[in-house]
Write a protein that binds this ligand. Structure first.
Ligand code: ATP
Length: 895
């Protein structure tokens, strides 16, 4: 293999049979065939076989297998076959649901697959990184994760962090200059390596190797991804485990007592085994997986792409959403409205259409007639990395702020980029808040700078306006800041521009940026997104506090926050935050609704302070520096469009549309999913408890077992699971976002839910045992059939009642959840089938029921549902009271 790092860039290109314009599409396609996709061998999700096998890996299956074997050996072959059938059913149901969940997650993973910017036949396009081939010319900039190993062709202030490869966490400078052949990996400054982060600058490079041929591919071989398990699932698994122990003891008690009383050992053993199986809500973990997987799919349809499943659960309890302003609360489409260069110049036009005129005091002027205006516009265009494109309408490729400046220059006919050659560039970064370039224009070197007003003015010693060029006085400096303040107060995003001539572009940045000439202020409009107004209102009703954290000017931030009706507290500027201790911040944090001129470090302090108050914090971020904040927030949210790879990698969720309203929609989904899991768990536990108790109580009071082993299994596995799946996908109820956030520490079965569950369970128990006793005198098998029907129908009724903890069965839309309806019908059919179809009658030892008995079953199940409804009402009152006791504005304080 060639020593790419030691070759001059031209030689590397030649050797790879490529050129500065990259490959053609055809050539790239044929190389893709030859080299394969640019993927590392990843073990992502488990395959279907693995999922199927996993279904047999639990204790319950072992018990059932043992039961089948014992039945077979003792001649009860039909019993054994049914048990095996049930076993197969459990495995199939588990497999289908888990496989579908896995596929849903895989689809989500694909949605956040990394992309690369590639030159194909001279045009820059975005491609999935896996389609890169050796010879492709790529463009990278700060925030990107390098998509393949590549030889640098051209760079400006390019820096990368290669800790994933070399362990070194300091940024390394990169440039096209060849290095020594024997240079170690860490010193190969002319190369970019797959998986490393670009932290500053930008550059072009030619791909030298892809996929497992890269340095990363070589060291990692296989990257194993162990997806994080949702805490909820873990908690429910633990619950299932403790239940298993209790149920095992109950089964042992039942077995010992019945054998002691002289019942046949085999029948008793089977009942005990069935009890042991029935007592474990085996479908609980997969109902959770299902609710989460379907939930994340519907979140994706609403543009919120979940990267880590546990986030879904946390989302539902979010109390504060810290959000960026530009592009998230606002549209991120900038239009320059006004320029100040000693006098106010208005600019007309809309969006990115490069047509408009310049007006002073209402009269149109030629922008070239005012020197300061002309230089301001030229600076904006030169100090720029964006492109204006015309493809079904005018669009911007790159930063919208810079795009607006190109549109401005086109309106004035002053887009000089064709005539000038860039010599040096210090790109915009949110911590330096400025950008500086050196261009050679008509044999003269011009330094251009644009950025936040105070940052630019600080570097200016001269001012240019209608009365010419002169040294800047302190008074003028203050005046500029005042004008900028006034413009920002009108919700304009304000940038200052400055320029100067220089002898050399090779000087240090500090010297280059000294003694600049201030030329003007540019005010651009970035209107709020329409849907954010509604989303902010929803937040207020839902007890969630939106907090704006922006890099923009205090007055601009304040004006936008006021416009969006989210200014219900103080505005704190980054400089004020710097002078505050953590304690002071913590004291004031509950009153602050806007942080201006904030940096990524500020975000970390804000998260810490909010967490100290018990808040569950969702935080947005898009830049390289935002990664730590995204990680330390409870929910890190990255921007799908404007966000960097690095921020996406660090996030829990990605917004496909960068929209604040999407975060609120995701919170609603989070709440719905959590509630559904809660409902399904409560329902399954109620039925499970009732089944175990019916057998246990009957045996303890000296009665025969009211259900046979197969009957227990049938209700537990077949009749109970269908409705549970339906409950897991119940649509959001009205009013879900009119309640305060859930306390994340509250157990899934809160006091009230547990009372409802146990109460319903007790009602089913008493009703079923009562009916069993009532019919026992006639015939044991008949009494068992009645008990079977009663348990089955009560379970179905209670599934319907569990659809909502917040409204009665009469208030619910009966067709609101078709999956549940289908589940209920399937469940009902499975009960009736066992009672009426002859082969089932023989195996399950059932008898057809008389209309009288059905009436009894109906009366009992109706009583059960009335009791469940009464419990539900007391839960509603209880939960409202317990929530109402804490103040609305500081949701977490009551914890
Ligand atoms: P948010 O964090 O809400 O997205 P923002 O986009 O306004 O806020 P930054 O992008 O960090 O925050 O911008 C901060 C300031 O830096 C702006 O107010 C502006 O003055 C200046 N600025 C923004 N973009 C550029 C740019 N491309 N070149 C030079 N200066 C810029």
């Amino acid at each position: 293999m060639a020593n790419w790092h030691a070759l001059p860039p031209e030689d590397a290109l030649k050797l790879l049979d490529s050129g500065p314009d990259g490959l053609s599409d055809d050539e790239a396609a044929s190389r893709l065939e030859r080299f394969g996709p640019n993927d590392l061998a990843r073990i992502s999700g488990p395959g279907p076989a693995r999922i199927l096998l996993r279904q047999f890996e639990n204790y319950m299956v072992l018990v059932l297998l043992a039961a089948a074997v014992i039945s077979w050996l003792s001649g009860e072959r039909s019993n054994s076959i049914v048990v095996l059938g049930i076993l197969f059913f459990i495995a199939l149901l588990g497999f289908v649901q888990e496989y579908r969940a896995e596929r849903a997650m895989e689809a989500l993973r694909k949605m956040v697959a990394p992309e690369a910017r590639v030159f194909r036949s001279g045009r820059m396009i975005k491609l999935p990184a896996r389609n890169l081939v050796p010879g492709d010319v790529i463009y990278v900039e700060a925030g990107d994760i390098v998509p393949a190993d590549a030889r640098i062709l051209d760079s400006s202030a390019l820096e990368t962090v290669e800790s994933s490869l070399t362990g070194e966490s300091n940024p390394v400078r990169k440039s096209p200059d060849p290095v020594k052949e024997n240079a170690p990996l860490a010193d190969r400054s002319s190369m970019l390596f797959m998986g490393t982060m670009v932290t500053y600058g930008n550059g072009k490079a030619v791909v030298t190797s892809t996929g497992s041929d890269t340095e990363l591919g070589r060291i990692s071989g296989m990257i194993q991804e162990t997806p994080a398990e949702p805490p909820l699932k873990i908690r429910l698994q633990q619950l299932s485990k403790s239940l298993a122990v209790m149920v095992f003891i109950a089964a042992l008690v039942v077995f010992s007592i019945q054998v002691y009383r002289g019942y046949p050992v085999l029948d008793t053993l089977l009942i005990a085994a069935a009890l042991a199986v029935a007592g474990i809500p085996e479908a609980l973990p997969f109902v959770v997986t299902l609710a989460l997987a379907y939930g994340t799919q519907s979140m994706a349809r609403r543009n919120a792409i979940v990267r880590r499943l546990p986030a879904v659960e946390t989302l539902g309890s979010t109390t504060v959403i810290c959000t960026d302003k530009t592009g998230t609360l606002t549209r991120g489409e900038m239009t320059v409205r006004e320029i100040w260069c000693g006098r106010r110049v208005d600019v007309t036009g809309s969006g990115y259409v490069p047509e408009g005129v310049f007006r002073v005091d209402g009269s149109e002027i030629d922008p070239v007639s005012l020197d300061a205006l002309k230089e301001t516009i030229i600076t904006g265009a030169l100090c720029n990395n964006s492109e204006l494109l015309q493809e079904d309408g005018w669009k911007i490729a790159g930063d919208p702020t810079e795009g607006a400046l190109i549109v401005l220059a086109r309106k004035a006919g002053l887009d000089l980029r064709e005539r000038c050659r860039e010599v040096t560039e210090y790109p915009f970064a949110s911590d330096t808040r400025r950008m500086t370039t050196v261009h050679e224009c008509d044999n003269l070197l011009r330094v251009s700078m644009k950025g936040a007003v105070e940052v630019v003015v600080e570097r200016c010693s001269y001012i240019m306006d209608s009365s010419g060029l002169r040294p800047m006085t302190e008074g003028e400096r203050e005046r500029i800041l005042e004008v900028a303040d006034e413009m920002a107060g009108r919700a304009l995003r304000v940038l200052a521009t400055a320029f100067k001539r220089t002898e050399s572009g090779e000087l240090s940045r500090e010297i280059l940026e000294q003694d600049m000439i201030f030329t003007g202020l540019i005010g651009m409009m970035d209107p709020p997104r329409e849907e954010v107004y509604g989303a902010i209102d929803v937040c207020k009703r839902a007890g969630i506090r939106p907090v704006m954290i922006t890099g923009d000017h205090k007055r601009t931030a304040e004006a936008i926050a006021r416009e969006l009706r989210m200014l219900n507290g103080e505005v704190l500027d980054g400089s004020e935050l710097d002078s505050m201790s953590d304690e002071e911040l913590s004291d004031r944090i509950e009153r602050i609704s806007v942080f201006s001129r904030a940096t990524a470090e500020h975000k970390m302090r804000i998260i810490k302070a909010l967490k100290e108050h018990g808040h569950v914090v969702a935080m947005t971020g898009d830049g390289v520096n935002d990664a730590p904040a995204l990680r330390s927030a409870d929910i890190g949210i990255a921007m799908g469009r404007a966000g960097t790879d690095v921020s996406k990698e660090a996030s829990d969720m990605v917004l496909a549309d960068d929209n604040f309203a999407t975060i609120v929609a995701a919170v609603e989904e989070g709440r719905r999913i959590y509630e559904n899991i809660r409902k399904a768990s409560s329902y399954m536990l109620a039925v499970t408890f009732a089944e175990v108790a019916v057998i246990l109580v009957a045996v303890l009071v000296g009665l025969p077992a009211p259900l046979l082993a197969l009957q227990i299994l049938w209700i537990n596995v077949v009749a109970e699971d269908f409705p549970a799946i339906g409950l897991a996908v119940e649509p959001a109820r009205a009013g879900l976002m009119n309640e305060r956030p859930r306390n994340p520490k509250e157990p899934i079965l809160s006091r009230y839910v547990l009372r409802y569950t146990l109460g319903t369970s007790a009602a089913i128990l008493i009703g079923t045992l009562g009916l069993f006793l009532l019919n026992l005198e006639d015939n044991l098998s008949y009494a068992r059939t009645v008990a079977f029907a009663s348990l089955g129908i009560c379970a179905i009724y209670s599934a319907y009642s569990s659809r909502s903890f917040h409204s009665s069965v009469l208030e619910m839309n009966p067709l609101g959840n078709r999956k549940l309806l289908a589940g209920i019908v399937a469940s009902l059919a499975s009960v009736v089938m066992v009672i009426y179809i002859p082969v089932f009658q023989r195996t399950f030892e059932t008898l057809p029921l008389t209309p009288d008995s059905w009436l009894q079953v109906w009366v009992v199940s109706t009583i059960v549902i009335v009791i469940a409804e009464v419990l539900k009402r007391s839960m509603m009152v209880g939960e409202t009271n317990s929530l109402g006791s804490s103040s609305h504005s500081s949701p977490a304080k009551s914890r």
